[in-house]
Design a protein around this ligand. Structure first.
Ligand SMILES: Nc1ncnc2c1ncn2[C@@H]1O[C@H](COP(=O)(O)OP(=O)(O)OP(=O)(O)O)[C@@H](O)[C@H]1O
Ligand code: SF4
Ligand SMILES: [Mg+2]
Length: 319
């Protein structure tokens, strides 16, 4: 029998009212995050990745749907139940530097979650001394200030802070996007190493399919508030079934000399989340769109074991 997933998300929705319009940031998404895996969430800017991440760690309130964490429904949990679960779920941001209080030392920044959780000062200090070397920083850095460090080092501080309360699940929201390419690999390797060491589960948000290829076990592709395809990394990169996934992959520059880009399967810019197209929300950009696509909203269907996609024509598209 399959283990209970660490997270079980069903029909999760989050809309924002902005100046009389409704922005459908997250519009009914369902998926599981398995224990110990890295599930990548990819898609263009504005498709709802960050909102999804914030909903999962309960930093944002859903309008509808459910989240079960470790078998317990936490969507409507009372404050004290939620507090216990919050410790187990953390978030790493794209640019930790901008969210750090510049007047706090590295030690104080890493201690803050422990302070808020009511740990004693001595315990906090001991844990900081343990955490800094774990993320590849000297324990002496605790007395220094974040501005003294490089972007990569600041991200290590952000990771130490996220680990402080020994979480099970971490949402990594574009954790390396602001870093130089040479530093990206180091931080990705650190995250992977920590995952193995502590059995962590990651939701890894990224718009960069090259980075995702290094870290993810499975990949979910998001378009205008919906998951349009989800599969193992191998299946997704080898045989993408949704035209949008194909378009994203065709836009990844190839490093092999002489390789030309594959034909684009999408045209134009992402539609706006406050004016989601009828039927298949991708039809305004899809080169395969037919009359049916403008009217019928395709459901996410299983096309092969563990491989789901939301496209009416998924079976008949050229491979
Ligand atoms: N607090 C908010 N109030 C109003 N609209 C919001 C809010 N947060 C997000 N949105 C809107 O919801 C949609 C999804 O935003 P979100 O930040 O989740 O996208 P994203 O995929 O993370 O984008 P990016 O790749 O640029 O980080 C966007 O249209 C955004 O403008
Ligand atoms: S349902 Fe139609 S418009 Fe949507 S992705 Fe498939 S072919 Fe394109
Ligand atoms: Mg984002």
């Amino acid at each position: 029998m399959e283990q209970t997933p660490l997270l079980r998300i069903r029909e999760l929705t989050r809309h924002f009212a902005v100046g009389g319009r409704v922005v459908k940031a997250v519009d009914g998404i369902s998926f599981d995050v398995r224990r110990g895996e890295t599930l990548a969430l990819v898609g263009e800017s504005g498709c709802g990745k960050t909102t999804t991440g914030r909903l999962l760690v309960r930093l944002a309130e859903p309008d509808g749907g459910s989240i079960a964490f470790d078998g317990t429904e936490i969507t409507a949990a009372k404050a004290d139940t939620l507090r216990a679960y919050r410790r187990r779920m953390q978030l790493i941001f794209q640019d930790p530097g901008s969210s750090f209080n510049p007047r706090m030392t590295v030690g104080a920044l890493v201690s803050e979650p422990m302070h808020l959780a009511g740990l004693k000062r001595a315990e906090q200090a001991a844990r900081v001394a343990e955490l800094l070397p774990l993320v590849g920083l000297s324990a002496d850095y605790a007395a220094r200030y974040p501005h003294e460090f490089s972007g990569g080092q600041r991200q290590r501080i952000g990771i130490a802070r996220a680990l402080a309360l020994r979480p099970d699940f971490i949402v990594c929201d574009e954790p390396v996007s602001a870093l130089d390419v040479s530093v990206q690999a180091q931080v990705v390797n650190l995250l992977t190493g920590l995952q193995h060491q502590f059995g962590l589960t990651y939701l890894f948000i990224s718009h960069d399919l090259r980075v995702v290829r290094h870290v993810a076990a499975r990949v979910a592709v998001m378009y205008l508030g919906r998951i349009v395809e989800l599969a193992s990394k191998q299946d997704l990169y080898r045989s993408p079934r949704h035209p949008y996934t194909r378009a994203l992959l065709s836009a990844v520059p190839s490093h092999r000399p002489g390789m030309t880009r594959r034909r684009m399967d999408a045209i134009g810019e992402i539609a706006s989340a406050d004016a989601v197209p009828s039927g298949c929300r991708f039809h305004t950009r899809c080169v395969h769109a037919q009359a049916r696509c403008r009217e019928e909203d395709p459901a996410l269907r299983e096309l092969a074991p563990g491989h789901v996609a939301a496209c009416h024509l998924a079976e008949s598209l050229p491979s």
